[in-house]
Design a protein around this ligand. Structure first.
Ligand code: AQP
Length: 326
C-alpha cells in the first residue's frame, strides 16, 4: 500500500481548478492507498490573512474535503498547524536548500512580481511544502500541474539529504491528471484559474450559486472561429471549457466534440452550465449538512492525532540521522 499526501490552502474560493486538478484525485486514491489530506494553514500565512476569516476558511476546506467524498474512515484529514513537525522539519530542510534553486520557482517570481522586497515565507514556501510531504514518508503527491516545480525541488532536497544522511527520506512522485491538471481562468485562458484573481467570473467556486455559475460560464472568453474543437494553442478558451466539461461529466473530449458538432458556443455553454450545476449540487448539499457540526471538528482532532504519530517518528529519525539533540 502506497502513502499519499496532499494539501489545500484555506484561502477561500476553492474552485473548479483546485477540484479537478487535485481534490478529485484525493477521492480516487483513498480506496487503494493510505491517504493523508491536510489543510495547509501555515502556507496560507505567506500572504496576510484576517484571523477570523482564516478560521472560517480552515473549517470550510475541511467540510469541502468531506463533501466531495473524502471518507475520514479511510483517509486522515487534519490541519497543518496542529502538527508541529511540519515547522520543525521545514527548518531542517531550509538548512539543506539553496537560495539559487528557490529563486527559480515560477510561483515565487509571479507572486513577488513588482515588489522590491518579497515576504520571506513566499520565498521559502517550497521548503515547507517539501517538509509536509517528506514528514509522512509519502510515495505519491496528487496535485495540479502548477505544483510540478515544487515537487521537483522537494525530490532534489530529499535526494541531497539522503546522499549526506543515508535512508532519511522516501523520495516522492507527483501525480498529475491528463484532464484537469491545469484549468484556466474563464475570462483569460492564458492564466490559470486562481482563488486570488480579482474578477469573480474568472472562476467557478465549488459553493457558487446556480445563477453565478451560469453568469460565469456564459460570459467565458472563447474566440470568433465558431467551431467547438480541442486545440489549446489556437483555441485556449474553448479547449478549457471542453476540459471542464470532460472532467465533470466523465465523457471523453472526442465524444463531447462529436455531440456538439455544428452547434454554436451558446448551446455548448448552456449544456456546460447544466453539467456544472449537477456536479456541484451534491457537494453543496453535503457541505451544508456537515459545516456547522461538532463531528467536523472531531474528525480534525482525530486526524491530527494520527498525523502526529507518524510525524513524530520521522522527526525522531531525522534528528537521529543528523546528530541533533543528545
Ligand atoms: N487552475 C488550476 N488547475 C488545476 N489545478 C489547480 N490547482 C490550483 N489551481 C489549479 C491545484 O489545487 C491544489 C490546491 O491549491 P492551493 O490551495 O495550494 O492553492 P494554489 O495552487 O495557490 O491555488 P490558487 O487557486 O491559484 O490560489 P492563489 O490564487 O492563492 O495562488 C494544488 O494541488 C494545485 O496544484
Amino acid at each position: 500500500m502506497k502513502r499519499v499526501f496532499s494539501g489545500v490552502q484555506p484561502t477561500g474560493n476553492i474552485h473548479l481548478g483546485n477540484y479537478l486538478g487535485a481534490l478529485k484525485q484525493f477521492v480516487e486514491l483513498q480506496d487503494e492507498n493510505e491517504c493523508i489530506y491536510c489543510i495547509v494553514d501555515l502556507h496560507s500565512i505567506t500572504v496576510p490573512q484576517d484571523p477570523k476569516e482564516l478560521r472560517k476558511n480552515i473549517l470550510d476546506v475541511a467540510a469541502l474535503y468531506l463533501s466531495i467524498g473524502i471518507d475520514p474512515k479511510k483517509s486522515t484529514v487534519f490541519v497543518q498547524s496542529d502538527v508541529s513537525g511540519h515547522s520543525e522539519l521545514s527548518w531542517i530542510l531550509t538548512c539543506n536548500s539553496y537560495t539559487g534553486e528557490l529563486s527559480r520557482m515560477t510561483q515565487f517570481k509571479d507572486k513577488s512580481k513588482g515588489r522590491e522586497s518579497a515576504p520571506t515565507g513566499l520565498f521559502t514556501y517550497p521548503i515547507l511544502m517539501a517538509a509536509d510531504i517528506l514528514l509522512y514518508d509519502t510515495d505519491i503527491v496528487p496535485v495540479g500541474n502548477d505544483q510540478k516545480q515544487h515537487i521537483e525541488i522537494c525530490r532534489d532536497i530529499a535526494i541531497r539529504v539522503n546522499n549526506k544522511y543515508k535512508d532519511t527520506f522516501v523520495i516522492p512522485d507527483g501525480r498529475f491528471l491528463k484532464t484537469g491538471a491545469r484549468i484556466m481562468a474563464l475570462d483569460d485562458p492564458s492564466s490559470k484559474m486562481s482563488k486570488s484573481a480579482e474578477n469573480i467570473h474568472s472562476r467557478i467556486s465549488l459553493l457558487d450559486e446556480d445563477n453565478k455559475i451560469k453568469k460565469s460560464i456564459m460570459r467565458a472568453t472563447t474566440d470568433s472561429d465558431g467551431e467547438i474543437r480541442f486545440d489549446p494553442e489556437n483555441k485556449p478558451g474553448v479547449s478549457n471549457l471542453l476540459s471542464i466539461y470532460s472532467a465533470l461529466s466523465g465523457k471523453s473530449i472526442e465524444n463531447i466534440t462529436a455531440d456538439f458538432a455544428g452547434c454554436g458556443y451558446g448551446d455548448f455553454k448552456k449544456e456546460l452550465v447544466e453539467v456544472t450545476k449537477e456536479a456541484l449540487l451534491p457537494i453543496k448539499k453535503n457541505f451544508n449538512d456537515i459545516r456547522e457540526t461538532e463531528e467536523l471538528k472531531n474528525i480534525l482532532r482525530a486526524g491530527a492525532e494520527k498525523a502526529n504519530t507518524i510525524a513524530e517518528k520521522t522527526i525522531k529519525r531525522v534528528k537521529n540521522n543528523f546528530g541533533l539533540g543528545f
